[in-house]
Ligand binder design. Sequence first.
Ligand SMILES: NC(=O)C1=CN([C@@H]2O[C@H](COP(=O)(O)OP(=O)(O)OC[C@H]3O[C@@H](n4cnc5c(N)ncnc54)[C@H](O)[C@@H]3O)[C@@H](O)[C@H]2O)C=CC1
Ligand SMILES: CC(C)CCC[C@@H](C)[C@H]1CC[C@H]2[C@@H]3[C@H](O)CC4=CC(=O)CC[C@]4(C)[C@H]3CC[C@]12C
Length: 385
Amino acid sequence: MASDSRFGRPGTVAAGMADSAQAQKLVYLVTGGCGFLGEHVVRMLLQQEPQLRELRIFDLHLGPWLEELKTGPVQVTAIQGDVTQAHEVAAAVAGAHVVIHTAGLVDVFGKTSPETIHEVNVQGTRNVIEACVQTGTRFLVYTSSMEVVGPNVKGQPFYRGNENTPYEAVHRHPYPCSKALAEQLVLEANGRKVLGGLPLVTCALRPTGIYGEGHQIMRDFYHQGLRLGGRLFRAIPASVEHGRVYVGNVAWMHVLVARELEHRAALMGGQVYFCYDNSPYKSYEDFNMEFLGPCGLRLVGTHPLLPYWLLVFLAALNVLLQWLLRPLLLYAPLLNPYTLAMANTTFTVSTDKARRHFGYEPLFSWEESRTRTIRWVQAVEGSAQ
Ligand SMILES: NC(=O)C1=CN([C@@H]2O[C@H](COP(=O)(O)OP(=O)(O)OC[C@H]3O[C@@H](n4cnc5c(N)ncnc54)[C@H](O)[C@@H]3O)[C@@H](O)[C@H]2O)C=CC1
Ligand SMILES: CC(C)CCC[C@@H](C)[C@H]1CC[C@H]2[C@@H]3[C@H](O)CC4=CC(=O)CC[C@]4(C)[C@H]3CC[C@]12C
C-alpha cells in the first residue's frame, strides 16, 4: 500500500523525500511530455513520485521549460523523437520501469490528414507496446479519451455514465477512431510476456474534456471573445452537459495508476478508467465562462442565438471552405459538423472506479482548479498586451 503522504498535495511529499532518498530507483518515460497534459504529468511526477531516479521526456517538440527541471534531484532526460519511428521509441523505452504514453495527435478540426492521425495515434501506440515487450518494460499507462466511448455518430446522450454503462460506441471521425483502436491495442497487450518472461501490465485512462493551465482551445475562445468586444455568443443550449476534468487531477490519476499498477496488477491490468473530479456538470460554453467570466468576458443569450439548422449549415460551409482553400491556406475554424455534434450532445461521467481500484481522490478541489485556471487566463491576457 502507498503511504498516506503520497495521497497528499503537491509539496507534501517533499518531507518524506529524505526518508525515501535511498529508494529512488525507478525510471519513468512520458511520451508527449511537452504537451498540455504531458507537461502536467511531468511536473506532477517530479513533485509526487519519491521513487523516481530518472524521468525521460519523449516528444516531437521539446519545450524550453525542460531546462529548469534539470537542476533537481531527479535526472531529467529530454528525448526529441517521433512515436511513429519504432527504433526511436525502443531506444527511449529501454531500461524504463514505467511508460506513460500521452503522445498523440489531437485534431478534430481537419488540420491533419486521417492517415497521419492514424499513424501517430495507432501505429505510435503499437510501437510503444512493442518497445515495452522487446526491452522488458512491464508497466504501461495509456492516455485514452472519453471519445473512445462517445458521443457516438447517432448523437445519443451519455448522462453521468460510468465504465460499465451500455452505450453504442460507433465513430466515423479519424480522431475517436484512432483513440479507440489504440486503446484496444493497449488493453489486448495486457498479460503479454516481455523480455525476461514477466507479463506486461497495461491500463487506459479516459479523460473527458481537459481544462486548465495551457489549454489551447480555452485560449482561442478567450481571444475570440476579446475580438468580439468582450462577448461570446451562446451557440449551444445550456441544458447540454459536457464532461470536463482539471488537468492537474488527470495528471495525478496518471501518477497514481503508474505507481499502483505493480502492486495491483491483477485488479488494474487491462482496465479502463474515466478521469473525473468535482468539476460541475455544465454545457461546454457555460463551463468555459467559469474562467472567462472573471477575465471580463460575457456570454450573450440564455438560449442559442442562432437556430440549430443554421449552425449545421455554417458547420458544413466551413468544411467546404476548408476543402476549397486547402491549396492556398489551412482554414480550420472551431465550428465543423463534428465539433458541433460534440458540443451539442450530453456526455458526462459519474463514477468512483478509480477510487475503488487505486485510491484516487482529486488532488485539486473545484475551487482550486477554477482559481488556477482563471489565473492562467489572466496571465495569457497580460502576456498578450
Ligand atoms: N485535450 C483533451 O481534452 C484530451 C486529450 N486526451 C488525450 O491526451 C493526450 C494528450 O493530449 P493534449 O495534451 O491535449 O495534446 P497536446 O497536443 O497538447 O500534446 C500531445 C503531445 O504529443 C506530442 N506528439 C504529437 N505527435 C507526436 C509524435 N509523432 N511523436 C512524439 N510526440 C508527438 C506533441 O508534440 C505534444 O507535445 C492525447 O493522447 C489525447 O488524445 C484525452 C482526452 C481529452
Ligand atoms: C463553436 C462550437 C459550437 C463549439 C465548439 C466547441 C468544440 C471546439 C469543443 C466541444 C467539445 C470539445 C471536445 C471534447 O471536450 C472532448 C475531447 C476529447 C479529446 O480527447 C480531445 C479534445 C476533445 C475532442 C475536445 C475538442 C474541442 C471540442 C470539440
